[in-house]
Design a protein around this ligand. Structure first.
Ligand code: GDP
Ligand code: MN
Length: 400
């Protein structure tokens, strides 16, 4: 789960990291009110969306009067901001108004969970401002990486080493250590998976301050951190995934054209691999889970059909707790419910498979049946080949 910049800054401030003074605004009037409140001669107005790269996309403006602040807010609120990271655009429902900083240097500081080494990794660089992925590719020697030993945590000497490696002056080292270790405690205490301060600014007067902040959290740990869960902004999430989650389906949208309805995450991954081996690309990952009722299968069809890229659907069920007859009833119900309009390949195996097969055969529907996963993948890739994009009917809700 991601949160907004201003929310990440609130969290960081609680852990002792200096952040600029600012206020959230949902309208131009509110934005101008904040700039008056903050005082000073210049402010930055920043679109609050769950994406980086806002600066180059026109989502960050420096303003020199209340009128300019109101104007900048008016130009952003209600629009969709298209960034390199969010090509589909993200709705800007609010902006953050901050005191502008007198920037001397822009540094990079980030914390990640490295799954390969099972360690929290601290990443820092003297060259902040640009995306760390780009920097790591163009100038890997400019990026400092440090792994945290879980038994002892992130130690003071490590923080000092980082501060020195990114070229901070002697009197900045202690404040930098407070920033780094405060950020680390926020990351660890709240079960974050990513934290990024980019840029971490050194002002003209030598102060260190987090000019931007991004945090992501482990969805599986959110129950432990209800105050983080409250920060969820569902308008920033993939609408396909949001609708499916509302109906208890584990759905992840992908970029291919083969819709997948599968039980179990392991089988779903194996199925996506087989689709790729057969030369196709999955449009989604959808796990209907165990004990799926015909209604749930029907909802899965609706969720998959909401994606206009879908050119064919593969239903792959290896039924243990599930029942193939219920799944087959769901498939038949999906045809009765809506204009499916794409070829459907079904591979059923396991509990009540004979009954399931009979329901499909007896339905008279043009369902392509397969016995093995490889056969199913081959058939669905062949069925999808060369089919045009579908024009979607008016929004079809998942639950009618
Ligand atoms: P991002 O593009 O989404 O990562 O948004 P950032 O908050 O990092 O802003 C992009 C760039 O805007 C930063 O790298 C800075 O160069 C600039 N910027 C951000 N805040 C300020 C500020 O307070 N004052 C000034 N002068 N520039 C800022
Ligand atoms: Mn940034």
């Amino acid at each position: 789960m991601d949160i907004h910049e201003y929310q990440a800054k609130e969290i960081l401030a609680r852990f002792g990291v200096p952040v600029p003074r600012g206020g959230v605004a949902y309208s131009p009037e509110q934005a101008a009110y904040h700039s008056t409140e903050i005082g000073g001669a210049a402010w930055v107005v920043k679109a609050q969306v769950h994406s980086g790269g806002r600066g180059e996309a026109g989502g960050v403006s420096v303003c020199r009067s209340d009128r300019e602040v109101a104007e900048a807010a008016g130009n952003l609120v209600g629009t969709r901001l298209v960034t390199r990271q969010a090509p589909g655009g993200k709705l800007v429902s609010r902006v953050y108004v901050e005191e502008a900083l007198d920037i001397d240097r822009e540094l990079y500081f980030g914390i990640l969970l490295d799954r390969a080494t099972e360690r929290i990794v601290i990443i820092a660089s003297a060259d902040g401002g640009m995306e760390i992925e780009q920097l790591a590719a163009s100038a890997p020697e400019a990026v400092v990486r440090m792994s945290v030993e879980p038994a002892v945590g992130f130690l003071e000497f490590q923080a000092r080493e980082i501060a020195i490696a990114i070229g901070l002056r002697a009197e900045q080292i202690a404040p930098a250590c407070r920033v780094f270790r405060g950020a680390y405690r926020a990351f660890r205490d709240l079960d974050a998976t990513m934290l990024e301060i980019n840029p971490l600014v050194v002002t003209a007067s030598g102060r260190l301050i987090a000019a931007d902040a991004k945090m992501s959290f482990d969805d599986n740990a959110i129950f432990r951190n209800p105050e983080v869960f409250e920060l969820r902004d569902r308008s920033q999430e993939d609408p396909r995934e949001r609708h499916a989650a509302d109906h208890g389906l584990a759905y992840v949208g992908l970029d291919g054209d083969i819709g997948c309805i599968i039980n179990g995450a392991g089988l779903a991954m194996a199925t996506m691999d087989m689709i790729k081996v057969a030369g196709g690309e999955p449009a989604n990952f959808l796990d209907i889970g165990g004990g799926a009722s015909p209604e749930r299968v029907l909802k899965a069809f609706r969720a998959v059909l909401q994606d206009r890229n879908v050119a064919a659907i593969l239903v792959n069920i290896f039924a243990g707790i599930n029942r193939c007859d219920w799944v087959a009833e769901g498939v038949v119900a999906a045809f009765a419910d809506a204009d499916v309009g794409v070829p459907v390949v079904a591979r059923l195996s396991g509990t009540h498979v004979e009954q399931g097969r009979r329901i499909l055969d007896g339905s008279g529907l043009p369902i392509i049946v397969a016995d093995t996963l490889a056969e199913a993948a081959g058939k669905v890739v062949a069925a999808a080949a060369g089919r045009p994009l579908r024009s979607l009917p008016a929004h079809q809700p998942i639950s009618a």
